[in-house]
Design a protein around this ligand. Structure first.
Ligand SMILES: [Zn+2]
Length: 62
């Protein structure tokens, strides 16, 4: 009796990486953060490298 139509009510808002603007379909993973920001696994990787490099330069601080 229930006339429930299987309409895709989920208006799947396409998520984008807040850093490189790639959509969730273009990347493997998209990590959600606060304030509706997201970061893809590529940018996480980039960020990690930047931090590693920064830490190495900090070491030679004199
Ligand atoms: Zn990204």
């Amino acid at each position: 009796m229930s006339a429930t139509t299987t309409t895709p009510s989920v208006s799947q808002k396409k998520l984008h990486c807040s850093f490189c603007r790639k959509s969730s379909e273009e990347v493997k993973y998209l990590v959600a953060g606060p304030n509706n920001i997201h970061i893809c696994e590529e940018c996480v990787d980039k960020a990690r490298k930047i931090i590693e490099e920064a830490q190495q330069t900090v070491k030679t601080e004199n």
